[in-house]
Write a protein that binds this ligand. Sequence first.
Ligand code: SUG
Length: 444
Amino acid sequence: MLAHEANYDGLIGPTHNYGGLSTGNLASAKNKGLIAKPRAAALQGLQKMKLMADAGLVQGVLPPHARPNILELRFMGFSGSDENVLQSAWRANPILVRNMYSASSMWSANAATVSPSADCADGNLHFTPANLSTMLHRSIEHEQTGRALRAAFPNAVVHDALPMQSSYSDEGAANHVRLCAEQGQKGVELFVYGRDALAGLAETKFPSRQTLQASHIIASRHQLSGAHTVFAKQSPQVIDAGAFHNDVVCVGAKQCLFYHELAFEDTAGILAALTKAAAGLFEPQFVEVSNEDVPLNDAITAYLFNSMLVQFPGEERLTLVAPTETENNKFTKLYCDKLIAGNGPIGAVKYVDVRQSMRNGGGPACLRLRVVLTDVELADTNSKMLLDDKLFAQLSKWVNKHYRENLEPNDLQDTELMHESFTALDALTGIMGLGGDFYPFQRN
Ligand code: SUG
């Protein structure tokens, strides 16, 4: 059956800032406290979406979450008007407020794990929103993410997130790769985990955000066939070098798995398991990047693997949509030049500027959630959440009208920023046809 690989990007919200909130994410730590540029950030994200849409790919938009998260602050015991809640929380602990202000829902690769209907025994498209339980600022996303996914895909199965317990910690599609011959055909799903929660002590200094147990449960909920599902362990070394998600060192598309040689604990075992799982379906193509060609630290800072690996219409080979940081690093640039000149499955590289997101550790691949849709499923999606020229123009105008140019750490105590953010999001629900009760602040 014919199917499309759609990309649903998280629209970057009006409170984008550098909170230094993600231990183990080197960019987040390094850029803590930097003056952020929310307007430029959102426009960069929109440009990337437009690039994909203009190339003829299905491009969706997931709305930002309401920040600051006043509901969560109320749950923590702050009370009174929204202004009082924000101000008393700031007096109690500005770091708490930073967590409640994060625009982190932009990284929609972490929104959910997605299994296309071709892979699921019941023939439905399945989503499990990620609980993102490792980081406070991200653990408050899953409910609103579920609402957004249900709005975008009214006929799909959208499960609840896994329980908020560290044995179940789950970071969504950032630790999941699907390989296939053609998008509409049965594929092989690879779940990459950092930690077996039942195996004892943590092996890493930085958090291992995905557990084997979470991956098992998702595969079972999505009704995947055991024969075509592979579970692979990230190497502790890469986590401690700053690969807080597998998609920092690995990306896959169609038959191709593109990864750093140090990405996995047992590379030979994983490749053998993938080959076996794909038997009778397709022949996997493995593109391994050696540490000699691209040292791990360069791969992580330049985000070579956090690129989107895309089949553009009319192109025979895959294209890597990489961040400009990859172009600016001598190892990764040279590697990309070699890829293009070679005759492997990746035949082109396009560089995109998503610098504002990159400074928080989010490259082109972090900003999108891939959803394989048959023609029928595509027709069932909410068309107001699909990017065309009209929506692009509307969203660009909306960003220019509502977003601040600069945002400094101390601006987060400003109740005006909260009002601006809520006013912007209220207007967005109109543009995207999300109804008047999509956000908690609309339901008061
Ligand atoms: O969870 N950064 C995100 C980046 C997520 C990238 N996603 C993928 N690799 N798919 C994270 O660490 C930083 C926020 C701050 O520090 O303000 C942050 O949350």
